[in-house]
Write a protein that binds this ligand. Sequence first.
Ligand SMILES: [Mn+2]
Length: 123
Amino acid sequence: MRGLANDPESIGNARKIHSTIITSEQIHRRGAAWALTQVPASENIYVSLDIDVLDPSVAPGTGTIEPDGLSFAELDELLRGVAAKGRLVGLDVVEVTPYRDPSGRTAQTAVRLIVDLLAAAFP
Ligand SMILES: [Mn+2]
């Protein structure tokens, strides 16, 4: 989680169901490898990725632009590491909005993240 758009109600609801919340600031400070230690191993894993977690310099084509997002390297390391935590059974990527990004880099970045995750999950 990151940015100014986080509201206390959403965070409270996530905590009520015992979700672990890791902020992008923590990942910048402590690294993706540390964040992966906070993810428990599981039989089945579903990855739901909102592209706006990335810094807008990498992914400007999205609905909510917030500075200081994850770098491509941070997110790629996280996704590849999550694949080692169990069996990947599903994946979605949301908030890729190509018409807001004439350069096409947001979609290209999203595709590369998907490819790297699938390659790690199904070597
Ligand atoms: Mn979003």
